[in-house]
Design a protein around this ligand. Structure first.
Ligand code: ADP
Length: 485
């Protein structure tokens, strides 16, 4: 059995149950976004490495797909225990590698452990159904089968849970997987999962991990999409990258599940409890320094509550502790990299140049971008239209909740939305008119459980994660009939 790698050391690919360097021997430095220190070096993979991983997954498929459900279940239950036992290590690694604070680290860890325990039951997901037929003497069935090799491309922002979600459902259903974590999270989004599942008893080749240097994702992604051995691809990341992948997937007629950007509204109705609304907005806008796809990006407040809400919300935002993610008091840790920090700065300055007013924050404090509240943001500002991945949120006053919904829908994105109201039936009526894959009434938008149908509408994506729903995405249904002889 391959030994576990300490996360501060170099990480390699994991192919066919073996830790293996890039064919070219190349590596790249994995840096802490807070200190800038090099945490280790990761394998800089390419198309050839990716082909090796695909081949390993393909060879492992016949055995893993026929492994008894009890054995598959045992692997996932073991993995959940192992992950729990390593909690301290995992939280430290998330902080070091992705700047993830203690609270969001715990959220990720709890989700991942639950995900594994629920996935264990997916091994017993019904394998099909009997269908009534009009042909006498015929027994018709819909037989659900794993598809084969599933590719998973995951981002850095919730590296543990999003890589976990991308691989666990497909594996539990009997598929084998090639995982490509983000270049920003080769350990917590990749190697760590290989370590845990391998130690838990997953056979060699069922999960393979390929890492790559910054700017070199294309070679890995293109190889995964072009390979006839890869039957499905799931992707979690930004809408521009998802669109590029979907275009290429179309050329290869490959089915993809896409979890993309959000530009999520939080609506505060006039009858909302003010304290609850402010708490929900602070949590929903600034958790993990706003680097979660479900974060509230736009807050629409009905006029009677607008002044009081905006004043309290901006005051709370201005006081949020900013700094070292390893300090449990920190709420706003570092932005993942300099490029992302510069983008936040540019987008805020552009909005201000177009007439927006800054109510809190508004200036970078490298490597952090403090919690920032803007208002009077014109529609043509980039920040009004496109997901801006950081602790920046726009608050606007509206004359009715219906106007809030109309403005909320006035974007190409449709991931999550929240409505805070004292009247939940009205909340339900408004939810029906919101163009979003996920709506929370009287709760903040950053919310997830492994069994829920997670996904967006419009340019926020296609398909649903969520373990029961994964069966639709990562199985093939075969129609079989048997006629009496
Ligand atoms: P984020 O802003 O969350 O990093 P991206 O869409 O850039 O969003 O990245 C999400 C994932 O997509 C990462 O694993 C990244 O390496 C990968 N990625 C980026 N560009 C490509 C590409 N051309 N082909 C395949 N994967 C890509």
């Amino acid at each position: 059995m391959a030994a576990a790698q300490p996360w501060t050391a170099n990480t390699t690919h994991f192919i066919a149950g073996t830790w293996t360097p890039a064919t070219t021997g190349r590596t790249y430095p994995n840096r802490s976004p807070w200190s800038g220190h090099i945490l280790g070096h990761a394998a800089a993979g390419d198309a050839e490495d990716t082909e090796r991983a695909i081949t390993a997954a393909h060879h492992a498929f016949p055995t893993w797909s026929r492994t008894r459900p009890a054995e598959r279940q045992r692997v996932f239950l073991n993995a959940a225990d192992l992950l729990e036992q390593r909690a301290t290590h995992v939280l430290a690694a998330l902080a070091a590698e992705t700047g993830c604070g203690h609270h969001f680290g715990t959220v990720q860890l709890d989700f991942a452990v639950k995900l594994l325990r629920q996935a264990a039951n997916l091994a017993y997901h019904p394998a099909g159904e009997l269908l009534p037929s009009d042909t006498d003497g015929t027994q018709a069935m819909a037989v659900r089968k794993p598809v084969g090799v599933v590719a998973a491309i995951a981002p850095w922002n919730a590296s543990l849970t999003l890589s976990g979600r991308a691989i666990t459902g497909p594996l539990a259903l009997g598929n084998t997987v090639v995982l490509k974590p983000s270049e920003e999270a080769p350990y917590t989004g990749g190697t760590l999962w290989a370590e845990i599942l391998h130690q838990a008893g997953l056979p060699a080749g069922a999960l393979n991990v390929i890492t790559h240097a910054p700017g070199e994702a294309g070679a890995v992604g293109d190889t995964l999409l072009a390979s006839p051995l890869v039957k499905r691809l799931n992707f979690t990341g930004s809408t521009p990258t998802g669109r590029r992948l979907a275009e290429k997937a179309g050329r290869h007629l490959k089915r993809v599940v896409l979890q993309l950007s959000g530009q999520n509204p939080l609506i505060v109705a006039a009858d909302a409890d003010l304290t609850h609304a402010v708490d929900a907005a602070v949590y929903g806008a600034f958790i993990h320094q706003g680097q979660v796809c479900m974060c509230a990006r736009r807050i629409y407040v009905e006029r009677p509550l607008a002044d009081a809400f905006t004043e309290r919300f901006a005051a709370r935002a201005a006081r949020l502790p900013t700094g070292d993610p390893a300090d449990p008091a920190t709420v706003i840790g570092p932005v993942i990299n300099e490029w992302a920090l510069a983008l936040l700065d540019r987008r805020v300055k552009e909005a201000v140049g177009l007439g927006a007013r800054v109510l809190a924050g508004g200036e970078p404090a490298p490597p952090c971008y403090p919690a920032t509240v803007l208002t009077d943001v014109p529609d043509e500002a980039e920040i009004a239209q496109s997901e801006t991945f950081g602790a920046v949120v726009v608050v606007e006053t509206v004359d009715s909740a219906e106007e809030a919904v109309a403005r909320a829908n006035h974007t190409d994105l449709g991931l999550a939305a929240s409505i805070i109201t004292g009247d939940s039936r009205r909340g339900l009526r408004l939810a029906a008119t919101l163009e979003a894959g996920i709506v929370h009434i009287n709760d903040q938008p950053v919310n997830d459980e492994p069994q829920m149908p997670f996904g967006g509408v419009k340019d926020s994506g296609w398909g649903r994660f969520g373990l029961g729903f994964a069966a639709e995405e990562f199985c093939e249904t075969q129609w079989v009939t048997v006629r009496d002889e």
